[in-house]
Design a protein around this ligand. Structure first.
Ligand SMILES: [Mn+2]
Length: 311
């Protein structure tokens, strides 16, 4: 068995006690890395903003929504575990939305939390709208019943622990001078990078966190419009350009929206959408993931879309 498949098998077999322990460890780890400001030069953390230097390789994974098979495929193809074991400089960023809608949400959580626990300096788990605070949570939210099905009577407490862990997930990554990564969209009212970093603390008196978790880019509009999703906004290229400028980045990389090829460029090369799961209820024929090489390249979203690994 490939290492990723071995990990997946263990994710299927995990007991409720082990799952509780894993969640407790990752929750404590997230708190500690935030209070320590990250991991020296490798990963600097301010509030909920992670800043990465322009070096090494960075594997980026979009929405998974309970699709364990696609996660295993990405781990196999990217060789993240093998590269890490060989001491290569490789990081792994998830753009959020791990559970709900797919058949294997508890297993996906178990696997991504284990990745974080075992490789804390290399793995970043961003927050999606399905890991949002209760007033912003994506619906339908199947996790409580998924956890009860998997773990029986222990499922309820495990779910509550997971929700507590969500509060510690970071909301944005900046690869210095190149890429800004988050789940949904550019916060239209932000005027400094601190507005992104502390969006979890200023929510709900500011709209920053809601827009980061929920918004969608729209070509051919300026400013923002109400979103048909009922949360977040539709934002135009001018909003993207302003937020990229305040972050000093060239491209916004985000997930949140299914696209037929798993990847899609918009806002004339300033926004890349990445979707890494397949199957119902979206039926996108392909999913995709990215491998960034930020020391050597600064690609626009169209070039990134061409370089994406589709499956
Ligand atoms: Mn989403």
């Amino acid at each position: 068995l490939h290492l990723a498949e071995h990990w997946a098998e263990e994710a299927f077999r995990i007991s409720s006690d082990k799952m509780a322990q894993l969640m407790g460890e990752v929750e404590a780890l997230l708190k500690a890395e935030r209070s320590q400001g990250g991991y020296r030069e490798e990963m600097k953390i301010t509030g909920g903003l992670v800043v990465l230097p322009r070096k090494g390789k960075i594997v980026v994974v979009g929405d998974l929504h309970g699709d364990l098979e696609s996660l295993i495929h990405i781990l196999r193809k990217s060789r993240f575990l093998e590269r890490t074991a060989a001491g290569e400089d490789v990081k792994l960023i998830f753009l959020g939305d791990y559970g709900d809608r797919g058949p294997y949400s508890p297993e996906v959580y178990s696997l991504v939390l284990r990745l974080k626990r075992d490789h804390p300096e290399r793995v970043i788990l961003l927050r999606g709208n399905h890991e949002a605070p209760p007033d912003l949570l994506g619906m339908p939210h199947d996790l409580p019943s998924d956890f009860q099905r998997k773990f029986g009577s222990a499922g309820r407490d495990l779910y509550l622990s997971l929700v507590r862990l969500f509060q510690g997930l970071h909301q944005a990554v900046l690869v210095e001078g190149a890429y800004l990564l988050l789940h949904g969209g550019a916060p239209s009212q932000a005027s400094t990078l601190k507005d992104l970093a502390y969006a979890h603390q200023t929510h709900p008196s500011t709209s920053h966190l809601e827009e980061i978790l929920w918004s969608d880019p729209e070509d051919d509009i300026a400013g923002v419009y109400p979103s048909p999703r009922g949360a977040g906004r539709l934002f135009g290229e001018d909003v993207t350009a302003r937020v990229l400028a305040l972050a000093g980045a060239k491209v916004l990389i985000r997930g949140h929206q299914p696209c037929p090829e798993g990847v899609m460029a918009s806002h004339r090369g300033k926004v890349l959408t990445l979707f890494s799961r397949k199957g119902p209820p979206y039926f996108n024929p392909q999913g995709a993931f990215l491998v960034l090489n930020p020391a050597q390249e600064s690609l626009d979203a169209r070039q990134l879309a061409d370089s994406a690994l589709k499956f």
